[in-house]
Design a protein around this ligand. Sequence first.
Ligand SMILES: CC(C)(COP(=O)(O)OP(=O)(O)OC[C@H]1O[C@@H](n2cnc3c(N)ncnc32)[C@H](O)[C@@H]1OP(=O)(O)O)[C@@H](O)C(=O)NCCC(=O)NCCS
Length: 156
Amino acid sequence: MTAIRRLADDREGRLCAELMSTSEPWLTIGRTFDESLKLVQHPEREVYVAFDGETFRGFIILVVNGALLGYLQIIAVTPDARGTGIGSDLLTFAEERLFSQFKNVFLCVSSFNPRARDLYERRGYQAIGEIPDYLIAGHSELLMRKTIGPMVTRSA
Ligand SMILES: CC(C)(COP(=O)(O)OP(=O)(O)OC[C@H]1O[C@@H](n2cnc3c(N)ncnc32)[C@H](O)[C@@H]1OP(=O)(O)O)[C@@H](O)C(=O)NCCC(=O)NCCS
């Protein structure tokens, strides 16, 4: 049974950074362990980890202030556990957290990551824009959005 909870300490942060820096799409993007650790340790981010008992299974990073809120910045599952539903559980967790405060969940998926894009589309995300040469030259990031309505509603 996978438990999802807030990142607890530096050891867990390093597990997240190790997973990110050794996985696609971040290998192609060239994100190092130190850069990944900086993202995980960013004081304004919310990081949640998935564990089966003592075994680390994956994590998400959420952005809850700034522009384009709420934003799912990173989602990753350990290679041996992929395809077993943990990513879907993390996505559900992210959506519940972000929709409790915002009307949208935004995320970006790299043009060379069609399997992740398929997952997001099945989960109700729509591609709303393409950002060419954003992280690395020759590839784009696709901005995707899932929504529960407009941010402002006024009665007639
Ligand atoms: C994308 C990811 C978080 C999904 O988590 P998961 O636990 O594997 O997903 P689930 O078991 O809940 O759902 C399976 C779906 O995830 C996607 N998926 C599975 N393995 C994947 C992989 N290695 N890379 C990208 N997407 C993958 C597929 O759409 C798959 O559906 P399919 O089996 O019908 O093709 C996970 O595979 C992963 O960490 N991939 C590498 C990092 C990544 O691509 N992160 C997303 C960046 S936008």
